[in-house]
Design a protein around this ligand. Sequence first.
Ligand SMILES: Cc1cc2nc3c(=O)[nH]c(=O)nc-3n(C[C@H](O)[C@H](O)[C@H](O)COP(=O)(O)OP(=O)(O)OC[C@H]3O[C@@H](n4cnc5c(N)ncnc54)[C@H](O)[C@@H]3O)c2cc1C
Length: 593
Amino acid sequence: MADYRAPLDDMRFTLTEIADMGAVNALPGYGEATPDLVDAVLEEAGKFGSDVLAPLNHTGDQEGCVLENGVVRTPKGFPDAYQQFFQGGWNAIWAPEEWGGQGLPVALATAVSEVWHAANLSFALCPMLTQSGIELLLSHGSDEINAIYLEKLVTGQWTGTMNLTEPQAGSDLARIRCKAERTADGGYAVRGQKIFISHGEHDMAENIVHMVLARSPDGPEGIKGLSLFVVPKFLPDGDGNPGARNDLRCVSLEHKMGMHASPTAVMSYGDDGGATAFLIGEENRGIEYMFIMMNAARLAVGMEGVGIAERAYQQARDFAKERVQSRAITGGAEPVSIIHHPDVRRMLLAMRVQTEAIRAIAYRVAAAADTARRHSDADVKARAQGFVDLMTPVAKAFSTDTASEVADIGIQVHGGMGYIEETGAAQHARDIRVTRIYEGTNGIQANDLVGRKVARDDGRNARALAVEIRATLDDVKDSDLADLSAPLEQAAEALESATDWVVETFPGDPAAVAAGAAHYLRLMGVVSGGWLLTLGALRASRRKAAGDSDPFLEQKLVSARFFADQYLPQAAALKTTILQGGGTVTGVSPDAF
Ligand SMILES: Cc1cc2nc3c(=O)[nH]c(=O)nc-3n(C[C@H](O)[C@H](O)[C@H](O)COP(=O)(O)OP(=O)(O)OC[C@H]3O[C@@H](n4cnc5c(N)ncnc54)[C@H](O)[C@@H]3O)c2cc1C
């Protein structure tokens, strides 16, 4: 089983040169996030990931989780690793210090989270969901709720979950039936069933805080009648410690394709009358609050993609260096390791460079989130928020689609051994698959992109992105990398005209746009990836010209060229598909199948 090592060089480079960590460091309140601190945090995270979490990845997959007498047992080593994780202060390093966090930039926390996901995706899902709950409480929790729950969630002493899905309510949350009723003491009690609840029950922490979306007592039908509640497994006593058991239980665990070490629970609330629940914010605004949690989680799911793509790449690269098979196509008497075969090197480059592209997108979005939170200039803040809004579905869906492809190529590099579980290559492909489904399927992300994020704002944020791409293009044309400008320019033009088409077509014919929404999302991902890798190459080239002889910089030039050769040309074809392909889809009636 191959080891995992955090790609510290690339993480540092991407943060510094592509996400502009220097500018983040200059934001109010982030003065401590100096390059030295960033290095130290990444290195320590890398060690924890390699030494503690990564060794449990394969064993966790093999052992899985078990429900016995209402108690869920996670695989051997997981509870102990979790204790080390939260006691090491890793849980929510971006959260404010007043609540037990470290107040570090989101960009740095995002880079750190890559390590957790790469090292052990199942393990990392638990703190990831806790963090979404923290975001929610920070923005809408009452003083009373926050005083009891926030610090325990920030430190990771307690974990959080997200309870949306029900058997009849998946993508369509308007169908939620789980219901809140008012109690005699003026509080609330929740009753109903939730399915697919990640870490809904486990043995890694002393309490589990469920964020439950339920129908309000007298709320209207549909999405506007939903409220959001904190429903703890153990009701905190007067001292804030876990007290009486609440009326909720894990009914069963799902048997899944992957993520075996992450318990996916069917949860039942209120079998004995009603689970005590505490309202977040105001009644009937649950969906609005839930989106805060979901947006944070969508970026985090994008990072799951980056982590697994990196791990799958490292494993395939190590295998390709060792596995000896066939003589080289250029001749020679002896068989060579497969990395000498051009097709294998193509596969490895495809894995590495696509991983770098999704890392670049994710870190850049995270840095923009810092700017949107902290910048002193309202216009800069608004522009940064516009970029985050636009790119959140891309960071989620393009990243996870790409990671699935990367993990699949990883199997191919291994040949037959890739299909055999003991190498671990198959686990990456199985584990990553769900990231294209949960937190809003990638189809829902694509709808969100074309509808809410592009058409509804008349393409303003998408055009602002095009302006940024064109600024980089101008710099590239004036540099020794001018050969990179043509592919990026053609790709940018494709994105610009597809955006115009989406904005013009959506109001009159939303179905035609929706039919090509996934292609549009991919187009934006490909162009953004190509843009940011080109930007990286430009920065690397400048550092080389200034005397920096780090061989790693050469790799960044190769990455940008490979992406320009192999991926940017797809943009023109995607544009054609978006503009012309919708009619075929919408012209076929559901009855024709
Ligand atoms: C391992 C795992 C963990 C999960 N963890 C959690 C969790 O912690 N908390 C939680 O609440 N949920 C969780 N989920 C549930 C997950 O979020 C849902 O499965 C997901 O939102 C999709 O809902 P669904 O499965 O009902 O699919 P459906 O909504 O039935 O979708 C089926 C297909 O139809 C498409 N579709 C549906 N509506 C539209 C539309 N309007 N336009 C275009 N296409 C559409 C979808 O894209 C999809 O391809 C988890 C699921 C899994 C498998």
